[in-house]
Structure formats: C-alpha cells, structure tokens
Design a protein around this ligand. Structure first.
Ligand code: FCB
Length: 449
C-alpha cells in the first residue's frame, strides 16, 4: 500500500543521531495546584462545560510530578538518548510575572539532573501551551506585554537550568495556539476572533526571536530553536478552486511561520486575504523574528488535503487513518522535509513529534499495537528518505512516551508507546515500545562496529 514500507530505516542514520521520546507538562504532570503552582489557561479551559470530550482535566494526568523518577528510569530503559519535555510556566512563575516559585524550579532541576545522571539529553520546551491564567486575564498572547513576560520567563529558566540543557525550544506549535486557541476556539483560551488569532501569532513569533537574543546575551550554551506543526497541503482535485485553496492554506500553516522566520516577512497572499485582520507590526519586529536559529523542530502527523467544496474525509475515502481520524501518510513527511530544505535556508531539522493514536487494549499485561509499530517504522523510513535527498536531520522523537491528556480529546486518545492505566497509574510498555527499544539497540550495535 505504501511505497516507503519496504525501506530499511536502519541503514541511514549517523551514530550521533538523536533518538528520543516527547511529552509536555500539562499532559502528564498533574499536581495542578500543588507546591505553589498557579493555574494555566488549560486548567481554566477544562472547567468550561462541553469543551473537553470526556469532561476531564489535567489535575492528575499521569501523576508525573510525583512519579518523575520512575518515569525517567522507564525512559532510560527504552534506550533513547534524548527526552523532550516542557516546563509549566505557571509552576515556576505562578502569575506569569512577579514572584518565582522555588519549588517549581527545583522540580525541573531534579528532572534535568535526573536525565543527565541517566545519560539522556534534555530537550526543553518553554511554552507547550499552558500560559499562566493571570497573563490571559491581561490579554494573553493577543497582548504585546505577554512577549516581554515570556522573555523574562525564558531568561529565568536559562539562568537556572541553561548550562545543563542540550536544547531549548521557545514555543510548541504557534499555529495551534493562535488558530485553535483564538480563531476556532476549540483549544485554550477558547477565543473566536480571527484578528486576535493573527495578532497572537505575531506575538508568539516576536517573543521567540526576542527570547533567542536574550538567551544568547546571557551566554546560553544550549541549541536554540522553535517547534512548528507542518504538513504538505494537497488539493483534493486538479480544479483551479482546489488548487487556489490549497495554496492559501499552505500560506496559513507553513509560509505564515517559515517566511517571517527565514525571510523576515509575512506571505503577501495571506496578508491580502486577511484584509483588516492583518497583524499590527512595529518597526524592527520582523528582523527580531528572523533571528537565526540553531535548529528547527518539526511535528508531523499527517498531510492535509484541501477541497474548495467540502471537508475531505480520508477515512470515508478508504485511506488508512489513526484513531484521531488523521490519514497515515508517511511519504508526506519526506515531501515536507525536502520542501523545507529547498525553499528555506533551514538549520538542522529535528522531528520533535511523530506518532499515532490507536485503539489499544491492555490484555494479560501486554498491549499489541501493530498499527503504531508500522506507523513509526514507516515514518522513520521517511526521515531516512529525506536525508538521502540532502536534508540535514539531527534527530527524531516519538510522540509520546506514554498515554496522556490529549487536550480537547481528553484521555480517550492514546498516543503513548507506554500504556497508562489511569486508575492505578501503572505503566506498561506496549509492543511499539519494545520495537523502538530493539530498533535503538540495533542502531547502537551498528554505531559500535
Ligand atoms: C501536537 C501537540 C502534542 C500532542 C500531539 C498529538 O499538536 O504538540 O501536545 O497533543 O499533537
């Protein structure tokens, strides 16, 4: 069915390639109001009736805040050499400005030191969506002051942990925070005003560039970058309407972020389409946004197919889909990476998230998840394919280490290679975790030869 399937992914990866697993704070930590943590916009959003499918929240999640040490042992046991995690901003600075919370900082210090003690590279993300609620009340990402609060937050984390980090990403998926958070409103903070979504995206990008400059001024030794969610945007048919729509959607998802980061300008076709919703930009903003990065993180799950007539339903058309309804389309990852490499002067690329939700069953202490194994194997092969075409890749991280709170989908969608029983908090390695461990062992054996 898929041309990438027969390729041996093992063949192409250099010995210093980074192999990891990824999580984010809100999705796993729990301890939502413990040890001085302030509320985030996701804590508040979850309390609105009807927005989370199973009416759940992040109060307990995977209880990682208490189980971090055993979780790090589990990560080490997988044989990965990197772990991507995020810091909860309201855990370390509860109101987003003002006093810092020593207990929160100490938690992340234990986590980072625990990773280093186990020989695992810490890849830290500063903002994986859980903005302090107090900053939202002051206007959130649509308000320019939040940019300055973010820079202070980045400096505080760097002052405390920077010397021990391999990598710092400023934001995870600004498109999601801007569009799902402020335009469709299906994610926190649940705003539905396009003008604010556009302004929020500009402030996210600006805060990224300003944070990079501030961290470099502090002498930060970690690699600095940003994580985007990107997909190839395919027209459903050859019709002029579908092609025009696909081009505009590509502008909104890909070029709206890549152009300012690498060319210091927003794409003209998207600006034209926005009309009076264009962002307010101050002199110098675009140059700050285009501050050179050390790496770019790419989160890839699926391609997008765009039809001017009706929403395109992959499953109804008989395509392979995950439990999210997202089409499984590994060749789209090769296509995307090659395109980024050709169209922009990109630094080294990392796949910072890739994985799938599938309906898993825990039976007799085992989870057989052949679809996830196949998904991961084909996408790793797609990365190898891109590298053969000249794309410079630094690493690959599976989303996710373990089942967790999948935002508006609650706990029903399981992305982990480790199963979590939410009643007992028991962790069970799925077949995909065993597969990944075996794959990494073979990888190490090859490097040792
Ligand atoms: C990405 C998010 C991540 C996770 C995956 C499935 O958009 O960054 O937190 O929810 O999707």
């Amino acid at each position: 069915m898929n041309s990438i399937e027969p390729v041996d992914p093992q063949a192409d990866f250099p010995h210093d390639f980074v192999w990891g697993v990824a999580t984010s704070a809100f999705q796993i930590e729990g301890a939502a109001a413990e040890d001085g943590k302030g509320p985030s916009i996701w804590d508040s959003f979850c309390r609105r009736p009807g927005v989370i499918v199973d009416a759940s929240n992040g109060d307990i999640a995977c209880d990682h805040y208490h189980r971090w040490s055993a979780d790090l042992d589990m990560i080490a046991d997988l044989g990965v050499n990197a772990y991507r995690f995020s810091v909860s901003w309201p855990r370390v600075r509860p109101g987003g400005s003002g006093a810092w919370n020593e207990k929160g900082l100490a938690f992340y210090e234990r986590l980072v030191d625990g990773l280093l003690a186990r020989g695992i590279k810490p890849f830290l993300t500063l903002n994986h969506w859980d903005l302090p609620d107090e900053l939202q009340m002051a206007g959130g990402w649509a308000h320019r002051d939040t940019v300055h609060r973010f820079v202070e937050y980045a400096e505080g984390i760097n002052a405390r942990l920077g010397d021990r980090l391999v990598s710092i990403a400023t934001h995870n998926e600004p498109w999601v925070m801007a569009v799902l958070g402020h335009e469709s409103g299906v994610f926190a903070p649940g705003v539905q005003v396009r003008r604010l979504a556009v302004q929020a995206s500009h402030h996210l990008l600006l805060s990224h560039g300003m944070a990079l400059q501030a961290l470099r001024a502090q002498g930060c030794s970690a690699q600095l970058g940003l994580v985007l969610n990107l997909s190839p945007m395919h027209p459903a048919t050859d019709s002029a309407d579908d092609q025009a729509k696909a081009r505009l959607e590509d502008g909104r998802l890909v070029r709206w972020y890549m152009d300012p980061l690498f060319r210091a300008s927003y794409p003209q076709d998207v600006l034209d389409d926005l009309g009076s919703d264009v962002p307010r930009i101050k002199p110098g903003d675009m140059q700050l946004i285009a501050t050179p990065m050390d790496f770019l993180g790419v989160n890839y799950y699926s391609r997008s197919v765009v039809s001017a007539a009706e929403p395109w339903d992959a499953q109804a058309r008989g395509h392979e889909v995950s439990d999210m309804g997202w089409e499984v389309y590994p060749q789209g990852l090769t296509e995307l990476l090659v395109r980024l490499h050709q169209d922009y002067p990109v630094p080294v690329l990392y796949i910072t998230e890739n994985g799938g939700a599938f309906k898993d069953a825990l039976e007799a202490g085992q989870v057989h998840d052949p679809q996830r194994v196949s998904y991961l194997r084909r996408h790793i092969a797609a990365v190898a394919q891109a590298m053969r075409q000249g794309v410079r890749m630094g690493g690959y991280m599976v989303w996710s280490l373990m089942d967790n709170f999948e935002w508006a989908s609650g706990y029903g969608k399981r992305f982990g290679i480790v199963h979590v029983d939410y009643e007992t908090q028991r962790r069970t390695l799925k077949d995909s975790a065993h597969w990944y461990r075996d794959f990494l062992q073979r990888q190490k054996a090859r490097a040792g030869r």
